[in-house]
Design a protein around this ligand. Structure first.
Ligand code: SF4
Ligand code: FES
Length: 243
């Protein structure tokens, strides 16, 4: 008899090893748990809450909750999906997300999750925040309007690239992404399209200059299959970069 420890996600037994989170175990077993601020290559951040699941009847973030033997996890009930949809609606109104005009459309995890959860409208009143676009870098456009404050670029630039180009300042509604340069401009940093931080943004906030809309509508990543099957756009970008 196997002594492999397991958790149960939506009725399916999923093995885990000591130290894994529920998200780790789920992804290893190819069970999709929605997420935006999580990327398996980085320590969990636990900020977007899209990975909310019910563990033995209690809400928890799958990316930070340790897997423990016998857990019974709800990852797909109407209650959970409603909660995720509401979180997405809040993200959509808090920034300026103009999907039809966005270069990342069809490859954006925020948009793909809206489709996945069946979000049909923003529901809440738009904030329409005044945010700038930083086009000071020769190869990259930084559009603060689309930033969802997942901190993946912050973690990648600090922990992998060792450049510390990005930071988050302020709290709650006043939180915002900043560029660590005296001018506050990306062009005055050592940021490069070779950087890990260039490839991790789940939305269209960090984009390449000089090219856009190269893949026709209908052939983009999430046009082909839903995010629950295809997974994170960052992983695909990384694959393409090394192809
Ligand atoms: Fe996340 Fe992108 Fe904003 Fe960086 S720019 S915090 S990766 S959404
Ligand atoms: Fe778990 Fe963002 S993916 S909180």
């Amino acid at each position: 008899m196997s002594d492999q420890q397991t958790i149960t996600i939506d009725g399916r037994e999923v093995p885990f090893t000591e130290g894994q989170t529920i998200m780790d175990a789920a992804l290893a077993a190819e069970v999709y748990v929605p997420h935006l601020c999580h990327n398996p290559e980085f320590v969990p951040h636990g900020s977007c809450r899209l990975c909310v699941v019910k563990v033995n009847g209690r809400f928890q973030s799958a990316c930070t909750a340790p897997a423990a033997a016998g857990q019974v996890i709800d990852n797909s009930s109407d209650e959970i999906m409603d909660m995720r949809r509401t979180l997405l609606q809040m993200l959509f109104v808090e920034g300026n997300h103009v999907c039809p005009a966005c270069e990342k459309s069809g490859r954006c995890q925020l948009q793909a999750l809206a489709y996945y959860t069946g979000m049909l409208s923003p529901h809440f009143t738009h904030f329409f925040p005044l945010r700038r676009i930083d086009a000071s870098h020769p190869d990259v456009v930084l559009d603060f309007n689309r930033c969802i404050l997942c901190e993946l670029c912050v973690r990648a630039s600090r922990d992998v690239d060792k450049k510390n180009v990005f930071g988050i300042t302020g709290r709650g509604i006043n939180a915002k992404l900043i560029v660590n340069a005296a001018s506050g401009k990306l062009g005055d940093t050592g940021f490069s399209v070779e950087d890990k931080a260039f490839h991790v943004c789940p939305v269209g906030a960090i984009l390449p200059k000089h090219k856009g809309f190269e893949v026709p509508i209908g052939e983009r990543l999430y046009d082909q299959q839903p995010i629950s099957v295809v997974g994170d756009v960052a992983a695909h970008d990384e694959e393409n970069a090394h192809a």
